[in-house]
Write a protein that binds this ligand. Structure first.
Ligand SMILES: NC(=O)c1ccc[n+]([C@@H]2O[C@H](COP(=O)([O-])OP(=O)(O)OC[C@H]3O[C@@H](n4cnc5c(N)ncnc54)[C@H](OP(=O)(O)O)[C@@H]3O)[C@@H](O)[C@H]2O)c1
Length: 349
């Protein structure tokens, strides 16, 4: 029984991940309807504001199988919602369709749900099993759960480090550390994020486009720190017509490029928590990918404002340079990626 529950919940996880990059700030969710060991319906949350996974799973059931719903089990990677948001509550749908059993991986930590979805179903006689592959379910829902519990986006740090531990040369010139295939993976991460953030020196030295051109899907918002508005307007992030948010201490300049917006903030010791809170509350950004440079990454690490770090170790060497920022957690996963190595860290503090 438990083996069967795990395998259907794993299927929910796989379906949920198909929504990566399209559903934030909502969570990725997958659902499977099973009758007598046979999958009769599947669905996932496909886009922000669109139908939830449970609704898509029910809608996918063939007319010939619809009569089986009152004898089926609904598997969902996350607790069904019980509130009227952009769509009606999924608990209503489950009750309307008379689905007698629901198996979930983990609870939705949104303050207005948090176990209430389960309670409503149980109160109406639905059997609910919770906690199947819970840690994996929580990891999948982490972007949403961080946002609703800490009122800030899920923060992913990304960096490349030479095999002898340097982050960049000291001469202010761009130096490429990893191979082309790693760049492609980074573009996939960009598609999955709502925004990419970089520091002033990185914008100036690398003049990056910070878009997704080597993977499918959307490009995120670009966020650039520029305390004194000294970045020259010809930089790609300020001139290519794609949206950029410049975070500055100065007043917004008159005229200029309409794709560039300004956010005025004090650059004091509470800069990072205030910025991150604003990015969640005012800009509804659920996932921010921080692509450097070292000072920006170190600032966020020092304030414990990060959730995940993805560090490429390249084959290249530098005779000296800016030392790579260090992370206060052990490597959780280490993967060979062509000639590079990718180390993944999770912040468990
Ligand atoms: N290996 C990698 O993964 C990677 C990734 C990105 C960049 N890089 C390289 O890293 C180098 C740049 O790194 P960096 O550490 O010198 O610069 P950075 O982190 O890109 O930018 C730091 C600058 O941003 C401004 N800033 C404003 N508010 C800040 C805040 N709260 N925290 C931190 N910075 C703030 C400051 O400039 P002002 O004082 O002028 O305001 C600061 O000096 C470049 O060579 C680039 O090519 C490497």
């Amino acid at each position: 029984m438990e083996k069967e529950q795990k395998s259907f919940i794993k299927r929910c996880f796989d379906l949920a991940k198909l929504g990566a990059g399209s559903v934030s700030p909502n969570p990725m969710v997958g659902a499977v309807l099973v009758h007598d060991g046979r999958i009769i319906g599947e669905g996932f949350h496909q886009r922000y504001g669109g139908a939830h996974a449970e609704v898509n799973a029910v809608a996918s059931v063939l007319p010939i199988d619809r009569a089986l719903l009152p004898y089926s089990t609904l598997y969902v990677s996350l607790e069904p919602c019980c509130i009227f948001g952009k769509t009606p509550p999924c608990t209503n749908l489950i009750l309307q369709e008379k689905i007698p059993k629901v198996v979930i991986s983990c609870l939705d930590l949104s303050p207005e749900v948090r176990g209430r979805g389960v309670d409503i179903l149980r109160a109406q006689g639905v059997e609910v099993v919770s906690g199947i592959l819970e840690a994996e379910g929580q990891a999948l829902a982490a972007t949403r759960n961080i946002a609703v519990t800490q009122e800030r986006p899920y923060i992913v740090l990304k960096m490349a480090v030479t095999s002898n531990g340097f982050f960049a040369p000291l001469d202010g010139k761009q130096f490429w550390i990893t191979q082309a295939i790693s760049k492609r993976l980074v573009h996939r991460w960009r598609m999955e994020a709502d925004a990419i953030l970089v520091g002033t020196a990185t914008a100036l030295i690398d003049d990056p486009q910070l878009d997704n051109r080597h993977y499918f899907g959307k490009s995120p918002l670009r966020i650039v720190l520029d305390r004194d508005l000294k970045l020259p307007p010809h930089l790609k992030v300020l001139s290519d017509g794609h949206p950029t948010l410049v975070v500055t201490e100065q007043f917004s300049p008159e005229g200029g490029n309409s794709a560039v917006q300004y956010l005025q903030l004090n650059f004091d010791s509470s800069f990072w928590p205030i910025l991150m809170a604003k990015l969640w509350k005012e800009y509804k950004l659920g996932v921010v990918l921080v692509e450097g440079g070292a000072k920006v990454l170190e600032g966020l690490i020092a304030q414990n404002l990060w959730d995940e770090a993805r560090v490429f170790i390249g084959k290249t060497n530098l005779p000296g340079g800016i030392p790579a920022p260090t992370l206060p957690s052990p490597v959780q996963q280490s993967i060979r990626f062509g000639v590079d190595r990718l180390n993944v860290y999770k912040n468990d503090k």
